[in-house]
Design a protein around this ligand. Structure first.
Ligand code: ADP
Ligand code: MG
Length: 256
């Protein structure tokens, strides 16, 4: 085969196989292989590895977009010095995403500004990078979504559809109280995922006050029971990171 024939053959084959990375790298890697005296097997594996790496990266990018995070926050950007009570080994274990594989839950409790949403997004991104589909929304939006499904008689279908997400993140439970119907829908969501798929919840309220938010102590207790049966419960404490950074800035400026 001439070099031109080879190029057009490879263009055709990689198009049929939907492997555009190989189309881009095969010739250059062949040069390297000849120069480096690679075996045929080494060359083949190098070419395929590049394709797989690109496919995984674009899969991750698609899942990040599909997760609807409100913004990108990483665990690496989370300053654990500000949360001395947060156990590093627990955080490292959660970052390994083993809890998603086991359909376990994570509950992040604490006052406003202590980094609950930041941690939820950071852990969600870890799960996405590990290949799991994740979906993030606020508790209010989750209830709106479930109410809409309920009103059109498609709640079961919606709950089933949500099961293809291995991790659902429910942010800000407790900021806005739910009426009885909303609380029941929320309960159904939790019940439908019990031991099937992970849920991560953030809340500014301790469990003892969830009855207020769900306007029903019994529904709240039943929900907490299922949520925490297989769960890591993390309580963050301290001042708001926002106001602390502001205070530190002010202090630094007045010191000058
Ligand atoms: P919460 O959800 O608990 O109200 P957020 O996660 O929204 O708090 O945190 C408020 C802001 O402070 C965000 O911009 C977040 O990135 C930042 N933040 C909070 N805690 C930390 C931390 N320990 N390290 C780095 N940034 C933090
Ligand atoms: Mg928050």
């Amino acid at each position: 085969m001439t070099a031109n024939e080879m190029t057009s053959t490879m263009a055709y084959l990689t198009r049929v196989l939907k492997m555009p990375t190989i189309a881009r790298v095969w010739a250059e890697l062949a040069e390297q292989a000849r120069a480096g005296g690679w075996s045929h097997e080494d060359y083949l594996s190098a070419v395929l590895s590049r394709q797989v790496a690109d496919r995984e990266a674009s899969g991750t990018a698609m899942r990040v977009a599909g997760a609807h995070f409100p913004h990108v926050k990483t665990l690496e950007d989370f300053n654990t010095d500000h949360q001395p009570s947060l156990r590093r080994d627990v955080l490292a274990h959660l970052a390994s995403t083993a809890f998603v594989a086991k359909a376990e839950n994570v509950i992040l409790l604490g006052p406003p500004g202590v980094g609950k949403t930041h941690l939820a997004i950071g852990l969600g991104i870890k799960a996405v990078q590990a290949g799991y589909p994740v979906l993030f929304d606020t508790a209010t939006n989750w209830v709106a979504r479930l109410t809409a499904a309920h009103n059109t008689g498609t709640l079961d279908r919606e709950l089933k559809r949500l099961r293809r997400y291995r991790l659902l993140i429910i942010d800000e439970v407790g900021y806005i109280p739910f009426d009885h119907d909303a609380a029941n829908l929320f309960f159904q969501l939790v019940a439908s995922r019990y031991e099937q798929g992970s849920i991560m919840v953030t809340s500014n309220l301790p469990f003892g006050r969830w009855g207020e938010t769900f306007s029903d102590d019994i529904v709240a207790a039943a929900m907490i029971d299922r949520l925490v049966h297989h769960a890591e419960v993390i309580t963050l404490a301290g001042d708001s990171y926002r106001t602390r950074s502001r205070r530190e800035l002010l202090a630094a400026n007045t010191a000058k």
